[in-house]
Design a protein around this ligand. Structure first.
Ligand code: FAD
Length: 394
């Protein structure tokens, strides 16, 4: 049996930074993932400026840049006749967003965890928790056909949407909302485009520059998924022609790399973020429609919040730790809930007259465009953005 202070399940953008930050406090941390090191993951890759600020603070931004992902310093958003150009907000010493390949990003975060002293084990599948006196005190995992048991004072589930840890503790779901969108995306080389969003009735197109290519993602209403999944190429093409004809034209001269990927499981939920001796980070504890591309940045925020809570506890003794884990759960909800609501509003994919009028007004004002960019990045909460916006209204 192995003994650690903390065991983290899931070694991607939630688990790897959480493990690294906890090891930085002098804790002995084990990080497990059932996937192979550097494996890819469904994602359109975009990391907002506050997420990039974490990468900078964690000392890995140069490595991310070295993957070839170009800096993204602004957004063009087109809906009907409105074209809004929003600059990226300055956060923590830079105004760039990046969209690194997930295999690269997750591997960089994993290496940073290892460099901080975390023991990282891949192809290790966690199936059971060990409970004593109403709290998890460890877990069992299987690697290369052998079972291992680990003891730890804190078990962190950063194991994604279908979290094993969330199921075993068990965490309760709340604020669950029916799925709103579904998505088809692929990669194109040789496309002349920046970071673009295009909206049509019931449709949304995101164009995101990544290393050596662009991601071109088409979103549809969830009710369309049965139709979309039987012909993803046809659906992608139809969506582009209807909602982003200029992208369709430019794609004609570009080369598609790999296959198109369809994704319908756009769940919207919160799960209890912590309990005695356990915590959830990233998609394991909270997920929302990927249209607003917040999952990676939110996972970084949660890793940071959890590490701060553990530091505040100053000890892994239950009495101190559990109070801070409860504080972590409250703070996670306080920080995530406003963006959850705004994501649900956008993911309905409605183009309402009122919203169109608001966007037209924003597009005409460089100051409002800057505030819009800050709200998209998550620097301003939707509420703060609206307060500012009202103050500027004619
Ligand atoms: C189509 C699509 C597009 C998206 N686009 C964006 C975007 O542009 N920007 C953005 O910020 N977010 C985007 N997201 C969301 C983003 O990908 C997730 O929010 C993010 O990956 C969450 O990170 P995580 O570390 O919490 O979980 P994950 O990335 O899911 O990692 C969980 C890890 O846990 C491991 N694991 C699971 N179960 C076990 C187990 N039992 N034992 C051991 N290991 C286990 C898995 O192998 C996996 O490596 C998108 C999502 C989708 C579906």
């Amino acid at each position: 049996m192995e003994t650690y202070d903390v065991v983290v399940v899931g070694a991607r953008c939630g688990g790897a930074p959480a493990a690294r930050l906890l090891a930085g406090q002098g804790l002995r941390v084990l990080l497990l993932d059932r996937g192979a090191r550097g494996s890819d993951k469904l994602s359109t890759l975009y990391v907002h400026q506050p997420g990039v600020a974490f990468l900078r603070a964690w000392g890995v931004l140069d490595e991310v840049r070295a993957t070839g992902a170009p800096p993204i310093t602004g957004l063009t958003y087109r809906v009907r006749d409105v074209v809004l150009r929003a600059p990226g907000p300055e956060v923590g010493g830079g105004n760039e967003a990046y969209a690194p390949r997930r295999g690269d990003l997750d591997a960089i975060l994993g290496r940073a965890a290892e460099a901080a002293g975390v023991d990282v084990v891949h192809e290790a599948s966690v199936t059971e928790l060990v409970h004593e006196r109403g709290r998890p005190v460890g877990l069992r995992y299987r690697k290369a056909g052998r079972w291992h048991e680990v003891r730890a004072d804190l078990v962190v589930g950063a194991d994604g949407l279908r979290s094993t840890v969330a199921g075993l503790v068990p965490a309760e779901s709340y604020a669950v909302h029916p799925k709103l969108s579904c998505c088809v995306y692929g990669y194109w080389a040789g496309l002349d485009a920046g970071f673009e969003q295009h909206q049509g009735d019931g449709l949304w197109v995101g164009v995101i520059p990544t290393a050596g290519a662009h991601v071109v993602a088409c979103y549809f209403r969830q009710s369309e998924f049965a139709r979309v999944r039987v012909d993803v190429a046809g659906a992608h093409d139809r969506c582009l022609r209807a909602a982003a004809p200029s992208v369709a034209e430019r794609l004609a001269g570009a080369e598609r790399i790999g296959r198109l990927i369809g994704m319908g499981d756009q769940q919207n939920y919160f799960r209890t973020a912590s309990g005695p001796g356990w915590a959830l980070v990233g998609d394991a504890g909270h997920h929302k429609d990927s249209l607003t591309a917040r999952g990676i940045t939110d996972a970084f925020v949660q890793a940071d919040l959890l590490a701060r809570a553990v530091a505040e506890a100053g000890s892994l003794r239950p009495a101190r730790l559990d109070a801070q884990l409860a504080a972590y759960a409250r703070e996670r909800d306080r920080r995530m809930m406003p963006f959850y609501r705004s994501t649900l509003a956008v993911a309905r994919l409605d183009v309402e007259a009122e919203r169109l009028a608001e966007l037209r007004r924003i597009a005409a004002s460089p100051e409002l465009c800057a505030r819009y960019g800050a709200a998209v990045a998550g620097v301003l909460t939707p509420e703060e953005y609206r307060l500012h916006d009202a103050a500027l209204a004619p």
